[in-house]
Design a protein. Structure first.
Length: 299
């Protein structure tokens, strides 16, 4: 059902001249396992360029999808800068379709070049229909980042990593240099080590040099492995979570950017908590600060 719906959406957007890339879901199952039945998927993820969000949003509405959240025009403009995805409900259920113009919310401070992702895309077939998807090297970086954001809580995500690193055509020199440029070498290292420790995935020699000198990555990987085995849920709104996200960054500058953006970037929760008239919209930063202060006081 998801593959059929994915094809319907991609064909409709292509007819309108809107370029999209399926990401995860059926496309990942086909690209990594050559069989859409070998990987569970619950929704459809499409990468888009940020400037294409308004057109794409209107186009999927024509197919019967409705936004899960409703933003004013001013809120949507702000969310396009600070957020990363728009969820849509379909006839088959809520949050069935997600349009993503970034890999993570901006406050995580790993700023992928979406145009570069589109330029390096490769073509696969999903249920017989050719479509673009991120290259294997880009997938390794984006899937590692996605898993880290959720503290690697699903073993299936590490299975994808294990399958990816077994591919013979990965450019590990490019992957390493790109991870270094993005400031996510430690995130990639912990992901590779976790896949090795939990799934006995073989890490290529060319990849091992990425984390060879980072003792913190080895310690974090063991911490994550213990956490996964315990099956305990990580509260992604807790101070412990945000401390972990900072420890996963090897550069001090990235940790500072993460903290500054986290503190000063309001979002949907602030807009829902307090209604401010349009001219006072910049004051949502103060709302964000006050809500964080209240959370700290209650911690």
């Amino acid at each position: 059902m998801l593959s059929r719906e994915l094809i319907r959406i991609v064909e409709h957007l292509s007819a309108l001249g809107i370029e999209v890339m399926p990401y995860k879901g059926p496309a990942l199952a086909e690209g990594l396992y050559a069989d859409i039945a070998l990987r569970k998927a619950g929704d459809i993820d499409l990468m888009i360029r940020p400037q294409d969000l308004p057109r794409t949003r209107d186009a999927v509405r024509e197919l019967g999808y409705t936004p899960h959240d409703h933003f004013s025009a001013r809120e949507e403009r702000a969310y396009l800068k600070s957020g990363y995805e728009y969820a849509f409900d379909g006839e088959a259920g809520p949050n069935l379709l997600e349009l993503q113009w970034a890999i993570q919310p901006r406050f995580y401070a790993v700023d992928f070049d979406m145009d570069g992702l589109f330029q390096r895309a490769v073509t696969i077939t999903v249920a017989g229909r050719p479509m673009k998807t991120p290259s294997p090297s880009d997938l390794l970086l984006t899937l590692s980042l996605h898993a880290a954001k959720h503290v690697w809580r699903r073993l299936a995500w590490l299975c994808d990593i294990a399958q990816l690193i077994s591919l013979p055509n990965l450019d590990w020199d490019w992957i390493g240099s790109q991870a270094e440029e993005l400031g996510m070498v430690r995130i990639l290292s912990v992901t590779l080590l976790a896949a090795s420790q939990l799934l006995r995935a073989s890490i290529p020699a060319a990849a091992q040099k990425i984390f060879r000198e980072d003792r913190a990555a080895v310690a974090l990987a063991e911490e994550i492995r213990t956490h996964i085995i315990s099956e305990s849920a990580f509260n992604v709104e807790s101070l412990a979570y945000f401390r972990l996200m900072m420890r996963l960054r090897e550069r001090r500058a990235d940790r500072i950017r993460f903290l500054a953006r986290l503190v000063f970037t309001p979002g949907p929760s602030e807009w829902a908590a307090v209604h401010l008239p349009g001219p006072l919209f910049p004051l949502y930063r103060l709302v964000r600060l006050s809500r964080l202060a209240a959370r700290l006081a209650g911690a």
